[in-house]
Write a protein that binds this ligand. Structure first.
Ligand SMILES: Cc1ncc(C[n+]2csc(CCOP(=O)(O)OP(=O)(O)O)c2C)c(N)n1
Length: 285
């Protein structure tokens, strides 16, 4: 694969219609591959992976400065996938942007592979091990404080689940980011409304979610998390916010794209069998 460098220069380009069409095609491909890798492994987390596809594409394709051929590049933007169970979307994304050969995806969740069930730093492009929910934002704060101390201009992103942000540690981190005026932090909540055991609003209601973040001192933006125009506009907007952290609340659908998975908690952590895979792939054609 040709080496691609995603830099500031690229971000300054106005994104054209044809590019958006390419992003949409990429989203379909990623959904197919998420289903294929979980099917081949016989396990994994498709629901919260399918909801986060456009979020990750908008970050890796449009927003972040990063070099897939040099994952440790000092000035890269950092992304922590705090909902660390969504390895299917994380690894499919990293492979497609050239962090490691796509061939490796065949080993997903197999003993001799680096691609295990939760996000791990052994994998090129992964910044931090996650899986125990609720820790990513604190780590992102630390990285962002470090950047300020070193007078570096890179930004740190944190993708969290809506079930995950019921953790108290998230709100402790939210307070810290505002206290330290971390305008180089951007949290993204994949607000797919369903957690492991059922609807988020029945288990522990998050509403009014944007107001909560604002009351903690954050700049909050709400978007449809499957709409590239809205995601890109939000990612542009964060550059204009000074002295406070930003959160993008991305309204999404768990299991997005597959009719029998959408909104179903049963697909949180279960792989499609061969028949279900065939049906799902047909829907995506
Ligand atoms: C501290 C902690 N408690 C419980 C779990 C088990 N667990 C894994 S995923 C999950 C649900 C997370 O829901 P959400 O954040 O909404 O994820 P998504 O729907 O986006 O997949 C739970 C409870 C965990 N990984 N870590």
């Amino acid at each position: 694969m040709a080496v691609r460098i995603f830099t500031l220069e690229r971000r300054k380009m106005t994104i054209q219609t044809f590019e958006k069409e390419a992003l949409k095609k990429k989203a379909v491909l990623f959904r197919k591959e998420i289903l294929q890798v979980t099917n081949a492994a016989g396990s994994g987390h498709p629901g919260g992976s399918l909801s986060a596809v456009e979020i990750l594409i908008a970050l890796y394709d449009y927003k972040m400065n990063h070099k897939p051929d040099d994952p440790q590049w000092e000035d890269r933007d950092r992304l922590i996938i705090s909902k660390g169970h969504v390895t299917p979307v994380t690894y499919v994304t990293l492979a497609n942007y050239g962090y490691f050969p796509k061939e490796e995806l065949k080993g997903f969740r197999k003993f001799d592979s680096i691609l295990q069930g939760h996000v791990h730093r052994k994998v090129p492009g992964v910044e931090f091990n996650t899986g125990s929910l609720g820790h990513g934002l604190s780590v992102v704060n630390g990285i962002a404080l470090g950047a300020k101390l070193q007078k570096k201009s890179f930004r740190s992103y944190c993708v969290m689940g809506d079930g995950e942000i019921q953790e108290g540690s998230v709100w402790e981190a939210a307070m810290s980011a505002a206290h330290f005026k971390l305008d180089n932090v951007c949290a993204i909540v994949d607000y797919n409304k369903v957690q492991e055991n059922g609807p988020t609003n029945e288990i522990k209601n998050l509403e009014p979610l944007a107001e909560k973040w604002r009351s903690f001192g954050w700049h909050a933006i709400e978007v449809i998390g499957h709409n590239f125009d809205q995601l890109i506009a939000a990612l542009d907007q964060i550059d204009t916010i000074k002295d406070k952290p930003c959160v993008i609340i991305a309204h999404t659908i768990k299991g997005k794209g597959i009719s029998f998975m959408e909104g179903e908690r049963g697909w949180h952590g279960k792989a499609p069998n061969d028949e279900q895979l065939a049906e799902a792939l047909k829907e995506l054609e």
